[in-house]
Design a protein around this ligand. Structure first.
Ligand SMILES: Nc1nc2c(ncn2[C@@H]2O[C@H](COP(=O)(O)OP(=O)(O)OP(=O)(O)O)[C@@H](O)[C@H]2O)c(=O)[nH]1
Ligand SMILES: [Mg+2]
Length: 391
């Protein structure tokens, strides 16, 4: 039979732990296809939680205790608890569960059913049909929790998960073995552990499901977290998302291109200082384009296509090809402009108020040309210059 262990981190939960263990025990009686255990991970609470748990162990045979000498935060407690559960107690599945009766033990069979259906992680969700947060929460707390989670949906561009910050979770051993390796940073010792673990699980492609539950406020003992939880969670995710977006090749390509346009404008002013006079404006213009091309080439090689960086001996020929492809882009744009002016004609469409800028078919065709030129360049870079390395 497979084994599931409910991990309960505790810090000063003497007043809650007996009732929590008792009600979990009642639910265990109804579970037939999983062997159920509880592992309390106590950070040597000054209120004597661990001594009390040792007493309870006489009555509850399924109750295990792990004591950490130092208070190591929620993440630290879960890491040591998961290590103990999977490696010492041979668990196949662990639950994250609070000691303060906020999580509904009766929902555990529903979590197990989702795991049996092939999910790798199950989240207890307050924001799907059947779930809820306490009515008596103040406006501020409700707002932070609901809007915070909604904001995460948009930040992640992922609407499949509704409760990203829940502390009621089931995690399979397969997930732990992959994700745990990346969780040993100081950053994850506290409550950021939760969002970090979930984000990494998602990115490794594991299947995640949700089960609704009604969150109950703690009655006994003190809360260990403040409103900085949601703030730290959001800050962490924003940092991670910026990194993810900056890793996308198209985004780097667009940024290098935009920077190149700036280089070109500045270079034009500088070259005009060197080659003064109306006649050689064309030369200064040409040199500014070439300056931008050099900048684009360098940044593409060092950043956009870092993973396919050219060897020194490839650079001369590649730089020539790069110039030709940029020429190709200019050619495409010129052809579109010629088509517009000769076939369609330059017809005004509307005027932008305040600056009185007339948008005509020529403006539209320039925008279209820039986009097609960009597509062409991105295609050419990928296929002719920074080819995918064969391995
Ligand atoms: N071992 C250990 N447990 C902790 C630590 N910090 C919090 N916990 C436990 O983690 C669980 C969740 O903490 P809570 O303070 O209830 O946090 P919360 O449920 O988000 O906040 P409330 O709704 O105010 O209760 C509880 O069982 C705490 O005792 C810690 O540093 N070490
Ligand atoms: Mg709580």
């Amino acid at each position: 039979m497979k084994k599931a262990i409910i991990i309960i981190p505790t810090y000063n939960e003497k007043g809650n732990i007996a009732q929590t263990v008792g009600s979990l025990g009642n639910v265990f009686k109804e579970i037939k296809n999983w062997e159920m255990k509880i592992l309390v991970v106590d950070d040597s609470s000054p209120d004597g939680t661990s001594e009390f748990v040792t007493e309870l162990q006489k009555k509850f045979k399924f109750l295990e205790l792990l004591i950490n000498k130092k208070k190591s935060g929620l993440g630290g407690a879960y890491l040591s608890g998961m290590n103990h559960a999977f490696n010492k107690l041979s668990a196949d599945l662990v639950f994250e569960f609070d000691a303060d009766l906020s999580h509904d033990p009766k929902k555990i069979p529903a979590f197990l059913a989702k795991i049996d259906q092939g999910n790798d992680m199950v989240l207890g969700s307050r924001y799907i049909e059947g779930g809820s947060i306490p009515e008596n929460w103040g406006f501020h707390r409700k707002f932070l929790s609901i809007v915070g989670n909604l904001f995460i949906n948009f930040l992640m561009l992922d609407f499949s998960i509704r409760d990203w910050t829940t502390g009621f979770r089931a995690i399979k051993k397969e997930v732990y073995l992959v994700v745990e390796k990346e969780m040993h940073s100081e950053l994850f010792s506290g409550y950021t552990f939760q969002i970090g673990f979930l984000h990494k699980t998602l990115r490794k492609g594991f299947k995640i499901a949700e089960v609704p539950f009604e969150f109950k406020d703690r009655v006994v003992g003190n809360s260990k977290i403040g409103p900085e939880y949601i703030k730290n969670t959001l800050l962490y995710l924003m940092r991670v998302r910026i990194k993810e977006i900056l890793k996308m090749r198209v985004v780097r390509f667009a940024m290098v291109g935009a920077f190149g346009a700036m280089v070109q404008l500045i270079a034009l002013q500088l070259w005009r200082l060197v080659f003064s006079g109306e006649q050689i404006f064309v030369l200064a213009n040409f040199l500014s384009i070439e300056t931008a091309i050099i900048s684009n080439f360098i940044w593409s090689n060092l950043w956009t296509f870092k993973d396919r960086k050219l060897e020194a001996k490839q650079i001369p020929l590649s730089f020539l090809t790069f110039n030709l492809s940029s020429g190709g882009s200019i050619l495409v744009q010129t052809a579109i402009a010629a088509f517009t002016s000769n076939v369609i004609g330059l017809i005004p469409i509307f005027t932008v108020p305040l600056i009185n800028f007339v948008v005509d078919t020529g403006t539209i065709s320039a925008v279209v040309g820039i986009f097609i030129g960009m597509f062409w360049n991105f295609f050419a870079y990928n296929t002719f210059i920074w080819k995918k390395k064969k391995n």
